[in-house]
Design a protein around this ligand. Structure first.
Ligand SMILES: O=C(O)c1cc(=O)[nH]c(=O)n1[C@@H]1O[C@H](COP(=O)(O)O)[C@@H](O)[C@H]1O
Length: 238
């Protein structure tokens, strides 16, 4: 991936987003638009961010019957985002339909957005997964199972935690993306995240990219904090 620190713009509206981004001046970022922002602002937020030259991960985590996901992805492909996602728990047929939709919706001469699948949310602990989802295997086994299924469906990679990134790379190869949220510096509050690591550790475990939100967006000095995260990531080896 070109830029490997993805900044989660979990804001309520466009005004807040652009006030926040003003601090970064002309830097071209890789930003993530999630449900909170997209459900308020709709496609126009994607067009506006694109116009400023940012790369965009549209994180709507689709999970529905294959036909519905295919139709939704066809529309999302037309927006011009770079990366989209689904839940791997929707199954192989649903993930294949997502790709078909993306291919059908991508305008001629443009690249299809990359598509990744969420394996187990980084806000889920192994204990919660076992008790609430009745998945009676270790977290790593569940994540690897979903990652292998995602690759079989032809998608480009997964969302996982730092703790599974190395095994995914060993099992599924270097070109299969592992996008890793749940990223914090040593003293940061982990909030609702459960499987958390530093940027440097995520990189050393083989993550392709990291996703960071609140530690930067809620900081009193977002630009300084962004640079700290970037330095931690860039200073580590894979
Ligand atoms: O798909 C995601 O981006 C995602 C998957 C996951 O397992 N965990 C996770 O935290 N995310 C997203 O990554 C971002 C993390 O935000 P912070 O916890 O504020 O750094 C949020 O926007 C989440 O929606």
């Amino acid at each position: 991936m070109d830029k490997s620190l993805i900044l989660a713009l979990d804001f309520t509206d466009k005004k807040e987003v652009f006030q926040f981004l003003n601090r970064f001046e002309d830097e071209k970022l890789f930003v993530k638009v999630g449900m909170e922002l997209f459900y308020q602002e709709g496609p126009s937020i994607i067009y506006d961010l694109k116009e400023k030259g940012h790369d965009i991960f549209l994180d709507l985590k689709l999970h529905d019957i294959p036909n519905t996901v295919k139709g939704a992805m066809k529309g999302l492909a037309r927006l011009g985002c770079d990366l989209v996602n689904v839940h791997a728990a929707g199954g192989k047929e649903m993930m294949e339909a997502a790709l078909e939709g993306l291919e059908a919706g991508t305008p001629a001469g443009k690249n299809r957005p990359s598509c990744i699948a969420v394996t187990q949310l980084t806000s889920t602990s192994e204990e919660q997964m076992q008790e609430e989802q009745l998945i009676r295997v270790p977290m790593e086994e569940s994540v690897l199972h979903y990652a292998a299924l995602t690759k079989k469906a032809g998608l480009d990679g997964v969302v996982c935690s730092t703790f599974e990134a190395k095994s995914i790379r060993q099992l599924l190869g270097y070109s299969f993306l592992s996008v890793v949220p749940g990223i914090r510096l040593q003293l940061d509050d982990i909030q609702d995240q459960k499987r958390v690591a530093t940027p440097a550790y995520a990189k050393s475990e083989g993550a392709s990219a990291i996703v960071v939100g609140r530690p930067i967006t809620k900081s009193s000095n977002p630009l300084e904090k962004y640079i700290e995260f970037k330095q931690s990531w860039e200073g580590a080896h894979q």
